[in-house]
Design a protein around this ligand. Sequence first.
Ligand code: BG6
Length: 468
Amino acid sequence: MKFSKDFLFGAASASYQVEGAWNEDGKGVSNWDVFSKIDGKTYQETNGDVAVDHYHRYKEDIALMAEMGLESYRFSISWTRIYPNGDGELNQKGLDFYNNVINECLKYNIIPFVTLYHWDLPQELEINGGWTNERTLKAFQQYADTCFKAFGDRVKHWITFNETVIFSRHGYIFGAHPPGILNDFKNYYQVLHNVFLTHAKVVLNFKDSGYQGDIGITHVFSPAFPADDKESSKKAAEHANMFDTFLYYDPILKGTYPEYVLNQLKEKGYAFELSQEDQEILLKAAPLNDFIGINYYQPMRVIANDSNTSREITRESSTGGAGAVSYDGVYQTVKVPDHSYTKWGWEISPEALLDGMHLLKNEYGNIPIYITENGLGDEDPIVEGEIKDAARIDYIEKHLKFVKKGISEGLNIKGYFAWSVIDLLSWLNGYKKQYGFIYVDHKDHLNRKKKDSFYWYQEVIATRGENL
Ligand code: BG6
């Protein structure tokens, strides 16, 4: 079977991780520009000041994407290039840059798939309370509308937010992302709600203003499964799915929050403010969703945390490997013997992606799904100057096979974006952890080089996955 011609084969990036040019052409300072320069916050003090210099090399990079046969490029807009302070003055040079990127994509018939927020919040908003402050919520709506007006004649696919749960949890519980706060559960849940509400308002504005195209949100997707047959593990998995899947998918796809979660938050004193008006807005926006974006890397295999151990937070332990106590202390993820894992301890399980998508279908109906991220973080072997990333080929091949299977089982999967199109800055793992089809030589002027996976993906796209 071939993938249909409407199915999009793509690859993704995010502004802070690729662009560099952190203070050029009127760009304002983002929270990551500041946070990454605090001692010990990132791997070997890496930051995105230069990143892989996509800002200056986007033409070369997009030409490589075209050579690979990419049908869509998912990238994010840096809010501080458009509004240097988050709101207030607009920066024309920022608009120019993204106009150029979009036009360059279209020159090669690459569909621009645009994320409005991939974590780089204007610092001016961050220091004034970030996503806990109404000003940020309003500013985002204005920024989104500016983007729709400026780019909407050519951009027909919009993602409002990338992985709300990750930036909120890392920002307010783990202290591993800005604003670097530890264990503030109350604000964590409040921020989630504030972001979902903002998403809903942006979606409603998009529809009501008559902009043409599809708009959705991208969530991390780590479905939980009991690690063994124990009743306590089954319960732990149910709890994990409530707090680690349905809590984020429900407000977007149903317009409500799971009762189970709301009750527990009330008991624990973490209930967030949820007015009648908010609930109506969520409900009104929910059925309008054109698609859900899912970022899938690994499932969770869980058992109950009987020992009541709390989570020890380090930069490493916050980056997602199996074998940690959950952020709320209720369950633990464990490694399962004879399952395979990446060098960073992330389980490789294309089966769980398929099972997870069926779980979504059961819960929300056959919603259109884009897999907006999936890929292997590795230290790629270089043999006589060639990048032999066979492990990445194997990983993506396995996942694409299961995507194909999902489609044949009736799932409404509209496209697949590998993470990442090019090697880029990992937020907490620097350049050590690579994901791209294109290698960047940090010892030689950031020169680009095609990896083995580049040619492999090129073939997959050219044959529409017939041989998978
Ligand atoms: C996703 C993010 O959560 O995971 C990406 O959307 C990120 O921005 C990717 O790079 C991989 O994470 P890491 O920690 O392995 O670099």
